[in-house]
Design a protein around this ligand. Structure first.
Ligand code: HEC
Ligand code: HEC
Length: 336
């Protein structure tokens, strides 16, 4: 009897699920889903994180902020092959965008940070990036009464900690999503949002197999894949990818699949920044990931499609940062 009941209920649930998915059929059969707008769960926390993201005093030189390399006026990147940090040190790897980074399975090209909070402490203390220490960064913040008051209002304590700093930065980064791209409008049923070349480019993107790795709302960011599936990728950069984290030889040259959202803005491409243009990146991907040689026309259509993935960029009032106090440790622009 009770067994009967359960299966009857199951049927009802299953039937209503079919109904729901049919209502969504327009986009549920696509391998890419629209990005949903987000509202900060805790606006005061995100606002504090925004200040910290823009504050160069978290660096030893007092000159480099998160925004120096993840410029929110330029798609959340520095548009350099590889980033320049403390002492004009040129790093080994290209800066990925911070836009939509909350959708990543893990952070960094090799995924060595599990989430945005774990990531945010890294650059502050990286000698080649902001070159500070967590202790110095906290002392700098603690020396400014307006910051101390804001941390207290958000966290309830008089003592600033690096844990709070990284929480706030992560909360701000979670707001950096880019909904309303033309492609998302198309996915939601506005068939006029894309022109014929762009629609043909999307079809090529799907039919050629790009979507095997670049899928989901971020069009990537959700798996690690080999760079060079059917033909080797020749790189001069020392980066080994995922094997640096797992120690497994099988993971050598596996990198996090980058999001293709806003890819028009996030040049140059690949972990070593070697592809200067989208045309080049698409040519390389076709050749080494899929064994395909695209005609110039096909390549141009795929590029046209990729440019429809640019969404609404974060838009907000520039944060005004509290002035340093007499006690604030002074910037050390030169030397290790
Ligand atoms: C000197 C340039 C530089 C500065 C300053 C910098 N970053 Fe980065 N950022 C990079 C580079 C380069 C990478 C990629 C490193 C890697 O994958 O090994 C990166 C990676 C990231 C990622 C991972 C994105 C992804 O898709 O994997 C996030 C998030 C991020 N940075 C946020 C920040 C925050 C927050 C700050 C400030 C606290 C900051 N960065 C400061 C250059 C910089
Ligand atoms: C087997 C998985 C896989 C397939 C298939 C694939 N990609 Fe990629 N794609 C990646 C990985 C991994 C990277 C990052 C590689 C690196 O930088 O070392 C990448 C990077 C890119 C980039 C550069 C993004 C950036 O910000 O640096 C573009 C553009 C791109 N792919 C487009 C395509 C297109 C177009 C296709 C189909 C022709 C395609 N990909 C097929 C895995 C794949």
């Amino acid at each position: 009897m009770s067994k009967h009941r359960i299966s009857f209920l199951t049927v009802i649930v299953a039937a209503s699920m079919v109904g729901a998915s049919m209502a969504n059929a327009a986009n549920s059969k696509e391998p890419i889903q629209p990005i949903a707008a987000v509202k900060a769960k805790n606006p005061a926390l995100a606002e504090l994180g925004k200040k910290l993201f823009f504050d160069p005093r978290l660096s030893k030189s007092g000159f480099i902020s998160c925004n120096s390399c993840h410029n929110l006026s330029m798609g959340g990147t520095d548009n350099l092959k590889t980033s320049i940090g403390h002492n004009w040190n040129q790093g080994p790897i290209n800066a990925p965008t911070v836009l939509n980074s909350s959708m990543n399975v893990a952070q960094f090209w090799d995924g060595r940070a599990k989430d945005l909070k774990a990531q945010a402490g890294g650059p502050i203390a990286n000698p080649g990036e902001m070159a500070s220490t967590h202790e110095l960064a906290v002392n700098v913040l603690q020396s400014m009464p307006a910051y101390v008051a804001e941390f207290k209002a958000v966290f309830g304590s008089d003592k600033v900690s690096i844990d709070e700093v990284t929480k706030a930065i992560a909360a701000f980064e979670e707001t950096l999503v880019t909904p309303n791209s033309r492609f998302d409008k198309w996915l939601k049923g506005d068939k006029k949002a894309l022109n014929a070349a762009e629609t043909a480019g999307y079809k090529l993107f799907k039919d050629s197999g790009c979507v095997a790795c670049h899928n989901g709302p971020a069009v990537g960011g959700n798996s690690f894949q080999k760079m060079g599936v059917v033909a080797p990728y020749k790189a001069n950069s020392p980066a080994e990818g995922r094997s640096a984290v797992t120690g497994k030889d099988a993971d050598r040259f596996n990198f996090k699949v980058p999001t293709l959202r806003n890819v028009e803005l996030t040049y140059p491409y690949f972990h070593d920044g070697e592809a200067a243009t989208l045309t080049q990146a698409v040519e390389t991907m076709g050749r080494i990931q899929l064994g395909k040689k695209f005609s110039d026309d096909e390549n141009a259509k795929i590029v046209a499609f990729l440019k429809t993935l640019t969404g609404d960029q974060p838009s907000f009032k520039m944060p005004i940062l509290p002035p340093s106090s007499d006690k604030t440790p002074r910037p050390q622009p030169f030397g290790k």
